[in-house]
Design a protein around this ligand. Structure first.
Ligand code: EPU
Length: 416
């Protein structure tokens, strides 16, 4: 679906099931290549990025099939060869294939993932730390050519708790000789999910979800199994949708334990929550309040992936808010789109100062990337009149069916 139409101003009410986590699914799909066997990935989201990762692993001989929401990947007969790289430069998660393919086959050729619209996306740390484990890289400037006749466990001190770097090093280490220790590792729940999956396949990893992870290399892995957690970013996006419109929703399967920074913010904005085994009940009966200052950080801090939806919601909050973006330099590029809707936002350095207006006004907008696109949908839900968003294919990279989900909550939203 390329375009989304929204008739705004309708409070969200009802319940919606939250899809499985994208950022857990992608590295786990790469990790299936490390083992020969039949893997089970339950609650896997049916999103464009997952379909693309499936194309890549199938190009290495994996056989994949779905049973409802559960995905099965058979890697018994792999045939390593060139990756079908048609979108390599645009989908960042293909970089995870570096650690997985080096670990299993000892070599890989990938295109550089390159930059992307949310800011520079360098891979320098990935290359430097995999080099420490025995990987040699070719000197081509357009492709990553990597070879490791033998990967060896070493101690890594990460310059920053990078999610992808931590995941790549874990994948390179599971079949390496000896023990790998990662200090200053990222602590995102998606890393814990990757390690849980690898341990179910016979890996020996401790400390996942903490700043120090230890991986003792094993000789071989077998089929693994995991049920993916609900996607905390999708749940957060819909929660912010409910905050901007008012109403009451049940976010079924939302991983409240992974949303500990957002939930107090929802309270500060005027929402109330009830957390049960089913998920998160959220109500916003009164007005929407501004929140003085939020900063994006690695987990357990406020996630950069929710920064744009939060920004969109705060545009019509009562009072002044500020958000500092510390992870990706270009995540404020939706601001001109929000300004077209009447938002009052001032950017200085990497801080957005938002003065709430009474109501945004619907207009024609253009999605330029995944989370920014979802944020425009949130803005449209709260706006008066009609919002028409072009170029929405980005949104389907990470949201299974945002129109279906929000329609279930009563929104007047249509995609085509
Ligand atoms: N960085 C470097 N050099 C490197 C690697 C990273 O300078 O070699 C920098 C980045 O430029 C960035 C910072 O380190 O400023 C953090 O990037 P990180 O490596 O943690 O991000 P990532 O692994 O590329 C994952 C998610 C992103 C999410 C970030 C931060 C996946 C597939 N992607 O990206 O998700 O924003 O962590 O939490 O897991 C999204 O879902 O929309 C998305 C972009």
């Amino acid at each position: 679906m390329k375009q989304i139409f929204i008739r705004g101003g309708v409070p969200l009410n009802g319940k919606v099931r939250i899809q499985g986590s994208k950022n857990a699914a992608l590295p786990i799909l790469a990790a299936t290549l490390l083992a020969g066997g039949e893997h089970e990935i339950k609650n896997c989201p049916k999103i464009a990025d997952v379909y693309y990762m499936l194309e890549l692993i199938r190009s290495q001989g994996a056989v994949t099939y779905w049973k409802g929401r559960d995905l099965y990947v058979n890697t018994c007969h792999l045939t390593p060869g060139p990756l079908e790289e048609k979108k390599e430069g645009t989908m960042r998660s293909s970089i995870f294939l570096l650690g997985a393919m080096l670990g299993r086959f000892g070599e890989v050729v990938l295109e550089y993932p390159g930059g992307c619209v949310i800011g520079d996306r360098p891979v320098d740390w990935h290359l430097a730390h995999l080099h420490k484990m025995g990987t040699e890289f070719g000197d081509s400037s357009c492709q990553i050519t990597a070879k490791a006749s033998r990967l060896v466990g070493v101690e890594h001190e990460l310059p920053f708790p990078s999610v992808g770097l931590t995941e790549n090093l874990v994948m390179a280490a599971v079949l390496a000789e000896g023990t790998t220790v990662i200090h200053n590792a990222a602590r995102e729940p998606e890393i814990a999910a990757l390690c849980e999956f690898l341990n179910s396949a016979g890996a020996c990893i401790t400390g996942a979800g903490q700043a120090d992870i230890t991986i003792v290399g094993v000789n071989a892995l077998h089929g693994g199994s995991i049920t993916l957690p609900g996607d905390r970013i999708v749940a957060g996006t819909y929660a912010l949708g409910c905050m901007i419109t008012g109403g009451g929703v049940l976010l079924e399967g939302a991983p409240a334990g992974h949303m500990t920074r957002l939930i107090p913010l929802l309270h500060a904005m005027g929402g109330s929550t009830l957390i049960t085994e089913e998920g998160i009940y959220l109500h916003r009966r009164e007005g929407l309040c501004a929140i003085p200052y939020t900063v994006t950080e690695g987990y357990p801090g406020f996630p950069t992936d929710l920064q744009s939806p939060l920004l969109a919601a705060l545009c019509s909050a009562d009072g002044e808010s500020a958000i500092e973006e510390r992870i990706f330099g270009n995540r404020f590029r939706i601001v001109p789109q929000l300004e077209k809707m009447g938002a009052d936002i001032h950017i200085k350095d990497n801080v957005a100062y938002i003065r709430g207006v009474e109501k945004l006004q619907g207009t024609t907008l253009k999605a330029e990337e995944l989370r920014g696109g979802a944020a425009l949908v949130i803005a449209g839900l709260g706006a008066g009149g009609e919002t028409y968003i072009e170029n929405c294919s980005h949104i389907y990279r990470g949201y299974e069916n945002i129109c279906r989900d929000l329609s279930e909550l009563g929104a007047r939203i249509y995609g085509e």
